[in-house]
Design a protein around this ligand. Structure first.
Ligand code: NAG
Ligand code: NAG
Length: 455
């Protein structure tokens, strides 16, 4: 193990040099556009327990009443078993799942366990133990009906800034965390996926975390290779999505229902093909067509590279996807679209096709979780979309979408610089399903109106 580790460290060092050279070249090229603040200190979270004990524990929702428990062990003999129950240390059920691992050049991951537990009661605390070893964890299942509180936070990383963001998230109750991409910022240094898993465990083992991919999940090999690891090797192995449950052929895009079907959340893949003939496009069209807005008054979409953005950072990067897919979202009367990628906060008014439109989604960029790259300060005053941008600020923070009932939701952005009680931006939202004028337009004048029987 000693020599292997030493060799690995050498390789890491060599790769880090190469990566820094590439980054330096990149930032010199980009320096003319905007300047980011100096990097935040990375927090490297160690595993100090025995090798059989669980680490990097996180949970995600699978279908209406199951949860997936994911964790890693260095000890390959640990069984993929989760024991659980409604009172501490009294496990009345257990489930066996699967395990995987992956290689990335000289790095080999630990044993990555995924175990689906349930059926579970909604809004209920369960105590659980992973792999029949180590400490007990607990989680709370999401509610079966409204209200529901969704935390949104993108571009996390694992710095002091991220720690501050998660501390704020943890200060107030919530039911679920939605991440519009960019988790670990490992950037091919695979041990950073392990430290990230440990870093977020305190939060991600208690409430379901649902993510979609960002550019930092792709991890194209930083050095040429005859047999390169596939894209999304780490992300796919560690943060699986319930895509089969929503008829999606790829874990890079999927959807799920929350609050007993009152909220439909579609997770899109900015780094999967999205053009008109693509699998993702066809899946999204089917997925949105399957939403009955009488039963599901809220539809929320997450993706990584924002379609609307007045920041100099990543300007125009979401444009091709917007051109390909915006009509689908507009016709489906999607209520809110959340993006990450730009390390700042920005909220637009309701928009369709670059114009204010009362039947279009509200677009919100929430890429301000706190990663090591820092903030994107340069909002363009004269950007053609600036008149549609209601609030924009380069500060770290997180957002909360509290869906109160079928017609009303409250959105709030919490800036890390403030105490939790201070809300920097907020808005009450009315569901577009409750908006008669928007309903009538749906699908265009020639289309059959699915609400006709009501009108
Ligand atoms: C364990 O849980 C079961 C089911 O919830 C309950 O009936 C039983 O009394 C509990 N036992 C202890 C020792 O708490
Ligand atoms: C929904 O919640 C809002 C805000 O609390 C409230 O004003 C409204 O009356 C509620 N609507 C229904 C139908 O309960």
């Amino acid at each position: 193990m000693g020599t292997g580790t030493a060799r690995y460290v050498l390789l890491l060092a060599a790769r880090a040099l190469l990566v820094s050279a590439l980054l330096a070249a990149f930032f010199t090229a980009a320096a003319a556009e905007y300047v980011r603040p100096p990097p935040g200190r990375i927090i490297l979270t160690e595993h100090t327990e025995p090798a059989a004990h669980p680490q990097q524990v996180h949970v995600s929702a699978v279908g209406a009443n199951h949860m997936r428990v994911s964790w890693v062990t260095d000890d390959k003999r640990v069984p993929s078993v989760v024991e659980y129950g409604r009172s501490s240390r009294n496990y009345t059920a257990s489930a066996t799942g699967e395990h995987t691992s992956y290689r990335y050049f000289l790095y080999t991951s630990g044993k990555i366990h995924h175990v689906k537990i349930g059926p579970l009661e909604p809004g209920t605390v369960y105590y659980y133990r992973c792999g029949m070893a180590g400490r007990e964890f607990s989680l709370r299942t999401p509610p079966a009906a409204l209200p529901i509180e969704l935390v949104l936070v993108g571009d996390l990383g694992q710095t002091e800034w991220t720690a501050s963001t998660l501390a704020h998230v943890g200060k107030a109750d919530h039911d679920m965390v939605l991440v519009p991409g960019d988790l670990s910022y490992a950037d091919a240094q695979q041990p950073l996926w392990d430290t990230f898993g440990r870093f977020v465990q305190r939060h991600a083992s208690r409430r379901p975390w649902m993510a979609t991919q960002g550019n930092h999940e792709v991890e194209a090999p930083p050095i040429p290779s005859s047999s390169p690891p596939p894209p999304f090797a780490a992300y796919g192995a560690r943060w699986p999505a319930p895509h089969e449950e929503s008829g999606s052929p790829s874990s890079l895009y999927y959807s799920f229902e929350a609050a007993g079907g009152a909220v439909h959340v579609a997770m899109l893949g900015s780094y999967a093909p999205f053009g008109a003939g693509s699998d993702q496009y066809r899946w999204l069209a089917r997925d949105l067509a399957g939403v009955d807005r009488r039963a599901t008054p809220w539809v929320v979409v997450l993706l990584h590279a924002p379609w609307y953005n007045t920041n100099a950072a990543h300007q125009g990067e979401g444009e091709a996807m917007r051109e390909a897919m915006e009509r689908l979202l507009f016709d489906a009367r999607v209520d809110v679209v959340f993006a990450g990628h730009v390390h700042a906060y920005e909220r637009f008014t309701r928009v369709y096709n670059n114009e204010a439109n009362p039947c279009g989604p509200v677009y919100i960029t929430i890429g301000d979780g706190g990663n090591r790259e820092g903030l994107a300060f340069d909002f363009e005053k004269n950007h053609k979309l600036a008149p549609l941008s209601v609030t924009r600020e380069a500060s770290f923070g997180h957002g909360r979408l509290r869906v109160v009932n079928a017609t009303t939701a409250h959105w709030a952005w919490h800036r890390n610089a403030d105490a939790e009680s201070v809300v920097r931006d907020e808005i009450w939202l009315d569901s577009l399903a409750a908006n008669a004028a928007c309903r009538q337009q749906q699908g265009g004048p020639a289309a059959v109106d699915p609400w006709n029987d009501e009108l």
